[in-house]
Ligand binder design. Structure first.
Ligand SMILES: C[S@@+](CC[C@H](N)C(=O)[O-])C[C@H]1O[C@@H](n2cnc3c(N)ncnc32)[C@H](O)[C@@H]1O
Length: 398
């Protein structure tokens, strides 16, 4: 049953992503059922942030349907540092996202590929089946051991390592390509230094405002800088060291004013959220309810926060802002810049990253750097989020 369902899924994915025949064959030959563990986790309907285990041995049909589906399959849960709630910390990525990333990476058979964030090992196995020489790295020791066991029969052999992927693996450098299986908002300079000039890096790249970009960089001939554009969207879990963390929110009385912009306009499309996120470093948002108002809440690393009343945004007290940064003003300014540029879509943006770890975003060409800096990894979540003292119900990016 799994074989037919897998073939059907590969057909669907191949059509949607215009996958080349060699990659299509690799997907057909390496079903993810071989790599996904026996216990996987699905969200419990109606109970936010709760998961139910689907075990291969007791619910074989449900398990098989999950691994033959287009969805990402959660394979590990760990307690959230915010409130202890179970949070996905590893998964088998959605087949269509994997196919798009591998097609973007476009390695030649025989290429040396560094695969970062092994997860289940499925992507590494696909790369090997395609004929590349793969080194894969996973920071979770248990997962890394499982991957080592699962890729044992791969040809050419896969080197499966336990380690922190942000350091890369200099022993086997230079690589022709780096494939990253988690999302980042800072690009480690070590990665650039371990790829040959002309080599590629493909990674999910996001901001705390919008963790949704898929980025391909090419290392310049001087070997010092890698740059390239976004190629559509991708939603991946954060690199473990770049997960958002707690900080104390500023408790001063907020400044109140009318908003210049309807918050629904600012958040209207994926493109608007994306463009704003590239210009408001460290800022996260979520919708909350307080004192009968629907609020949009923003917060950031240094304790600054803002709320905007969604239905009363243009009233004199529609916006409350506190802390060293005026987050809502920044977001409105970022939106106006994007609007003034004719509302460019995500794929017109790109990033330049260097061996020193610096990273900047641009529009259309590396010559046109965006106003505002990109996120850095020191980020926060408000401990005391609202002046009304309501509890923090945020889930935010994880
Ligand atoms: C979405 S999963 C990757 C899925 C994988 N491509 C597959 O085919 O199963 C992301 C993985 O990255 C790992 N990870 C996150 N940060 C890491 C780091 N700094 N070093 C190594 N692995 C990391 C996580 O533990 C997780 O297993």
């Amino acid at each position: 049953m799994t074989g037919g369902a897998w073939k059907e899924l590969v057909d669907e994915v191949a059509t949607a992503t215009e996958l080349s025949q060699p990659w299509r064959s690799a997907f057909e030959d390496v079903p993810r059922a071989r790599y996904v563990p026996d216990d996987v986790f699905v969200p419990e309907p109606g109970t936010p942030r709760a998961y139910r285990t689907v075990a291969r041995h007791t619910e074989p049909e449900e398990w098989a349907a999950l691994v033959c589906s287009k969805a990402q399959v959660v394979t590990q849960l760990t307690p959230s540092p915010f409130d202890g709630a179970p949070t996905p910390s590893s998964s088998s990525s959605a087949p269509e996202a994997v196919a798009r990333m591998l097609a973007l990476l476009d390695p030649a058979p025989g290429a040396r590929v560094l695969d970062l964030g092994s997860g289940t090992g499925w992507t590494a196995a696909l790369l090997a089946r395609f004929g590349t020489l793969v080194v894969t790295m996973e920071s979770d020791p248990e997962l890394a051991a499982q991957v080592r066991a699962r890729v044992i029969d791969c040809q050419p052999p896969v080197t499966a390592l336990h380690g922190d992927a942000t350091l890369g693996h200099p022993d086997a450098a230079p690589y022709d390509a780096v494939h990253v299986g988690f999302s980042v908002r800072e690009i480690p300079g070590t990665w650039i230094g371990q790829v040959r000039p002309g080599g590629r890096l493909v990674m999910p790249f996001g901001t705390l405002f919008s963790n949704t970009g898929l980025l391909r960089l090419t290392v310049r001939e001087d070997g010092q800088v890698a740059e390239g554009r976004f190629h559509g969207g991708a939603m991946f879990m954060w690199e473990r060291g770049q997960r958002p963390s707690w900080a104390q929110a500023v408790t001063d009385d907020p400044e109140r004013a009318a908003s210049a912009l309807d918050p629904r306009t600012l958040l209207a499309t994926g493109a608007s959220r994306w463009a704003v996120g590239l210009q408001v470093p460290g800022v996260t948002w979520d919708p909350v309810a307080a004192d009968g108002d629907r609020l949009l809440r923003l917060w950031c690393t240094d304790g600054s926060w803002a709320t905007v009343a969604v239905d009363r945004w243009n009233k004199p007290d529609g916006v409350a802002q506190s802390g060293p940064r005026h987050l809502w003003d920044e977001a409105c300014e970022a939106w106006s810049w994007w609007d003034g540029k004719g509302r460019p879509g995500r794929n017109r943006f790109g990033v330049s990253a260097d061996r020193g770890g610096s990273c900047r975003a641009w529009l259309d060409s590396p010559r046109f750097t965006l106003p505002g800096a990109l996120d850095s990894t020191a980020h926060s979540r408000p401990a005391t989020p609202l002046p009304s003292g309501r509890s923090n119900s945020a889930t935010g990016p994880r």
